[in-house]
Design a protein around this ligand. Structure first.
Ligand SMILES: O=C(O)CCC(=O)C(=O)O
Ligand SMILES: [Fe+2]
Length: 324
């Protein structure tokens, strides 16, 4: 199998550095052309759960305890049911007791905060050397997160009745890590600015660390937006488009977005997991069973091209994968 990364797959478009723009806003003339890219015509929906009966509390994203999930003798089954329900009904959950040493998480947070505090030129110089945030810190963190992704995919395989667990665990074979920085957004604009537009993740499984206690991540649910409250060392996990395809839509890849805060900046670290090049993505026979396959089967290289050629726009990739 040819699992080398093919060339000419595509990449990201260069855009102005938003952190720099925000820092220099007093000296810049914020012309409509400059703002147009960021300010939307409609205010961000603040109605978080339009269908909630009066007085009912906001629903919270489910929490899965990984230690318990892996403990077959003590509570594993109950936790597996929680995981199944989170994947089927939410597409999102927070994973706690994941076994990543606290010091690894805290060091990663410190380094990311330190990185974004650097002057623009120094950041640009560092960013050209992937994996080089303060020695082994990123390497330690990414290995641990990849392990957690693999363990969750194995538990999902078990839940789905997929006998060969590697049909699912191979979806954590490759990993890309991205650091997100959201500067504070002036009060006058904050209702019309999004840190990240609504999108679903085109990869298989995303594990995200909210670096700051400032909320910002919201998920689309029942036609409203539910905030994902930062828990100090939890990882936010979401089912990506690829898992939706493999499970023939049983597990949904849910749209989410990031809103800005008027006073505080916010940072997050996203680890995206996918299969290696060379294989295919398509609904798993054991999951499809007697139903019809609702998604196409495509090789990973073609899929990656599709992913990199689209912009962040709702669920455009998954729509392209659907069989009508
Ligand atoms: O920063 C966040 O909370 C969301 C990040 C995200 O959705 C992404 O990087 O795909
Ligand atoms: Fe995302």
């Amino acid at each position: 199998m040819d699992d080398a990364k093919p060339r000419h797959l595509g990449g990201s478009l260069p855009v102005p550095n938003v952190q720099d723009l925000a820092a220099r806003r007093d000296e810049l003339t914020l012309t409509p052309t400059l703002l147009d890219r960021y300010v939307r015509p409609q205010p961000n929906t603040v109605d978080l759960r339009p269908d909630a009966p009066a007085g009912e509390e906001q629903e919270q994203v489910p929490i899965v305890d990984l230690g318990r999930l892996l403990d077959l003798a003590g509570g594993g089954e109950e936790e597996a049911a929680r995981l199944r329900s989170a994947c089927e009904k939410w597409g999102f959950f927070q994973v706690v007791n994941h076994g990543i040493p606290e010091e690894t998480v805290e060091e990663m947070k410190r380094n990311v905060m330190g990185f974004f505090a650097l002057p623009l030129a120094e950041k640009a110089a560092l960013a050209q050397e992937p994996g080089e945030i303060e020695g082994n810190c990123l390497a330690n963190y990414s290995v641990e997160v990849q392990r957690v992704a693999g363990e969750l995919l194995r538990a999902m395989a078990e839940n789905l009745g997929v006998r060969d667990h590697s049909d699912m665990t191979r979806l954590a074979a490759s990993q890309a890590v991205r650091m997100n920085y959201y500067p504070p957004c002036p009060e006058a604009h904050v209702d019309r600015v999004l840190g990240l537009s609504p999108h679903s993740d085109a990869v298989a499984l995303t594990l995200l660390l909210q670096v700051c206690p400032v909320p910002g991540l919201q998920i689309n649910r029942n036609a409203g937006w539910v905030p994902v409250m930062p828990l100090p060392s939890a990882l936010v996990v979401n089912v990506g488009d690829v898992v939706e395809v493999l499970t023939n839509g049983k597990y949904k890849s849910v749209e989410h977005r990031a809103v800005d805060n008027a006073r505080e900046h916010r940072m997050s670290i996203t680890a995206f997991h996918s299969a290696k090049f060379g294989g295919t993505y398509g609904p798993l026979e054991e999951v499809v069973g007697d139903e019809e396959a609702r998604y196409r089967t495509i090789n990973v290289n073609e899929y990656t091209k599709l992913m990199l050629s689209g912009k962040l726009d709702g669920k455009n990739i998954i729509d392209a994968m659907k069989i009508n």
